[in-house]
Ligand binder design. Structure first.
Ligand SMILES: C[S@@+](CC[C@H](N)C(=O)[O-])C[C@H]1O[C@@H](n2cnc3c(N)ncnc32)[C@H](O)[C@@H]1O
Length: 222
């Protein structure tokens, strides 16, 4: 069970996860930490209770790949309604908004992630909408023309349920874009490979200094 969530204070974020570009030279800036384990410990001390993994404290390599893709090719989302599922700190959602999306809905089931995503959106001067549902369980928001999913497929059951919902959306004509940094339950069939990106990553978190991210379009049910 997820522990009772407390959101991190702005003082804690300023000290342990300051605002910085998602990678050197990038326009999108989010709160992120060079030492997630130290941040996690400081957050639990501040909250006075156990807290869930602070996924929101890292722009994961897949989100960085999306921020590159959308900066280079804004027409993918310009004027369209975009839903990012599992947004964490919402780097990809912010990139979509900067690229000219008509509306961007940033979804995450973790209240701390949505809190930091709100701060990140404000810091980038973009307006996002926020949604806290597990859309694999409730059904996907049907207003979206484009769905972005970055680094979400790391648990077998939840990944399978989400992919099933996403394929149904793709079958209805939604453009489902997945960025995958090699997570174990990401799809390898029923996809079109759009591009690959090499992204520098934190060795302490990833066990390597670089990840290859596949940018995919998910196809509908076969
Ligand atoms: C590894 S992080 C990736 C965050 C962000 N997409 C990125 O690439 O920087 C995965 C995020 O997905 C969220 N998540 C996991 N399952 C989810 C679900 N069923 N619906 C919405 N969010 C979910 C987690 O809370 C976490 O913030």
């Amino acid at each position: 069970m997820r522990p009772a969530a407390r959101v991190p204070s702005e003082e804690l974020l300023a000290r342990w996860a300051p605002l910085a570009p998602v990678e050197p030279g990038a326009a999108v800036r989010v709160h992120h930490s060079a030492d997630v384990f130290a941040l996690w410990q400081a957050w639990e001390e501040e909250a006075g209770s156990r807290q869930g993994v602070p996924y929101w404290a890292v722009p994961w390599p897949a989100a960085i790949a999306f921020s590159r893709l959308l900066a280079a090719d804004p027409a993918r989302v310009r004027g369209r309604v975009v839903l990012e599922i599992g947004c964490g700190g919402a780097a990809a959602a912010i990139a979509a908004s900067r690229a000219g999306a008509a509306r961007v809905i940033a979804n995450d089931t973790d209240p701390a992630a949505l809190h930091v995503a709100r701060l990140n959106a404000a810091a980038n001067g973009v307006a996002l909408e926020f949604d806290d549902r597990d859309q694999a369980a409730t059904g996907l928001d049907e207003s979206a023309a484009v769905i972005l999913v970055a680094d979400l497929f790391y648990e077998r059951g939840p990944a399978a349920r989400m992919i099933e919902q996403l394929r149904r959306a793709a079958g209805r004509g939604v453009e489902v874009l997945v960025a995958d940094a090699g997570r174990p339950f990401a799809p390898h069939t029923g996809v079109t490979l759009l591009a690959t990106e090499e992204v520098a990553v934190n060795d302490d978190l990833e066990g390597t200094s670089q990840r290859i991210v596949r940018l995919l379009r998910l196809l509908g049910p076969s």
